[in-house]
Design a protein around this ligand. Structure first.
Ligand SMILES: Cc1cc2nc3c(=O)[nH]c(=O)nc-3n(C[C@H](O)[C@H](O)[C@H](O)COP(=O)(O)OP(=O)(O)OC[C@H]3O[C@@H](n4cnc5c(N)ncnc54)[C@H](O)[C@@H]3O)c2cc1C
Length: 429
């Protein structure tokens, strides 16, 4: 009889893993620590709660998040159905946060997955997928270190503050897409004096750094919050106001605000990643006249995200090199992004299902973006200053036949090959 699979973590990656494994005939137990233990990133007990914005990126196949979602449709169709059921965005794939999580929770149960609401502290027997995300913490992290011999790297992931639209003065605001194809963002122009005051309030505020992880199993540290940038004259807060985001509006230095899933009643202040105390966040924003009466719906936060990556730690099938019955997925592999987490979750779920049936997991083909991402994670040695990886077309190996083609033509061919390859891979599993 097939072995039962354990999936640890009911986030995006864990749910995709559980659904993909169940679809491939495996008996699955999904462990989720909430509600007994709720990480700071989460508010509900629903599975697949989105920790940041409710925007899952564009659909266009010539963009990495678009292609990744198209590949996810082959790897884990149920997850894409959940996205479609909860979709509210017209231009981008924005979803209703609660509706999406409810949809996933219902489908996981309907797929026959056994859901156990408990925190896992050691590695269960048999094939196991670890998808514990940025909240991976001792002692599970220590158990992973013990079986794999691998050391954790870590990065910092944050979410910007969400502010109440009614508390803003929109008299001088204007609208423009924050990036090509995005829903229109709201821009609040900022004068030179306001920018200087904002930088000073950020730099002078009392810091609230994230808690320690356990230095013995950590290799790297990297931290770039708005307050650190503001305190460093060589960096400053230009990227928050006049850099890539702000300048996309009408050229005036501006705060860029994007709508949350509750519509235009609440806005994310893009790029304002900060670990400051909540009252200090309000005080800093109040430096801008339009935010003089600002109210936070949800404060910004920074989360320390540990990950295992590189040739010594993992294989491109997402198995741990020295403990191949253990597969990792989601943020724990060193990727950032909702689409990335779901795609890697599905790969790990399919691999675990193969193992449970007596086979060996295989890496997705490198012509696909998912496969290229798995290879990049397993084959590239993370540097001490490495940030988490996002999928991008540059990861897909170039083909001789594409040389001399325009970028658009190359993308078209890469996309067609990627979708064909992932289709074949899924059918063969
Ligand atoms: C604050 C923040 C904001 C983000 N914003 C965005 C964004 O806007 N866009 C984007 O594309 N990406 C964003 N990300 C990055 C990333 O895409 C998400 O974190 C994504 O949800 C990762 O999926 P995951 O499944 O790896 O982890 P998660 O979705 O966090 O799921 C992990 C789950 O495992 C559970 N768990 C942890 N430990 C245990 C244990 N020992 N036993 C049982 N259960 C356990 C947790 O409770 C949680 O439910 C953000 C991340 C953070 C932290």
């Amino acid at each position: 009889m097939n072995e039962r699979i354990s999936v640890i973590g009911g986030g995006l990656a864990g749910c995709a893993a559980a659904l993909a494994a169940a679809k491939h005939g495996a008996a699955v137990t999904l462990f989720e620590q909430r509600p007994a233990t709720t990480p700071e990133t989460h508010q509900t007990t629903l599975l697949s709660e989105l920790a940041g914005t409710a925007d899952l990126g564009v659909e266009d196949l010539d963009r990495a998040t678009g292609l990744l979602k198209a590949e996810l449709r082959a790897l884990c169709p149920e997850m894409m159905v959940c996205i479609e059921e909860a979709r509210i965005g017209e231009r981008t794939v924005a979803v209703g946060r609660r509706a999406f999580a409810q949809e996933v929770t219902a489908r996981v149960t309907a797929a026959g997955v056994e859901l156990r609401r408990e925190e896992v502290l050691s590695l269960p027997e048999g094939p196991v997928v670890i998808a514990t995300g940025p909240a991976t913490w001792s002692p599970l992290a220590r158990a992973l270190h013990a079986v794999s011999g691998a050391y954790f790297h870590f990065s910092f992931i944050g979410r910007p503050p969400l502010v109440d639209a009614g508390s803003l003065d929109l008299s001088d605001s204007f609208r423009a897409p924050a990036y090509p194809g995005a829903e229109p963002a709201l821009y609040l122009p900022v004068t030179e004096a306001e920018a200087a005051e904002l930088a000073s309030r950020l730099a002078m505020a009392e810091r609230r750094d994230p808690p320690e992880f356990g230095e013995a199993i950590l290799l790297a540290d990297e931290h770039s919050t708005a307050e650190r940038m503001a305190a460093d004259p060589a960096v400053g807060i230009g990227s928050l106001l006049g850099g890539p985001r702000g300048m996309r509006g009408d050229g005036r230095p501006s705060l860029c605000l994007t709508a949350d899933d509750v519509g235009e009643s609440a806005w994310h202040v893009e790029g304002l990643l900060t670990a400051l105390q909540h009252d200090q966040q309000v005080r800093a924003l109040q430096a801008v006249q339009a935010c003089a009466n600002v109210r936070l719906v949800r404060p910004a936060m920074i989360q320390r995200a540990p990950f295992l990556a590189g040739p010594e730690a993992t294989l491109s099938s997402l198995q741990l090199r020295r403990a191949p019955r253990v597969l990792i997925s989601g943020t724990l592999t060193g990727v950032y992004g909702y689409a990335e987490a779901m795609a890697l979750g599905a790969v790990a779920g399919v691999g675990a299902a193969r193992m449970a049936a007596g086979g060996e997991p295989t890496a997705p083909p490198s012509e696909s973006l998912t496969g290229a991402l798995c290879r990049a994670l397993a084959e590239t040695q993370p540097h001490a200053d490495r940030r988490m990886l996002r999928a991008n077309f540059g990861m897909i190996p170039e083909q001789r036949a594409d040389q001399g083609l325009s970028k658009a033509e190359r993308r078209q061919r890469q996309t067609a090959r990627a979708l064909a390859a992932i289709e074949t891979y899924t059918t063969e599993q």
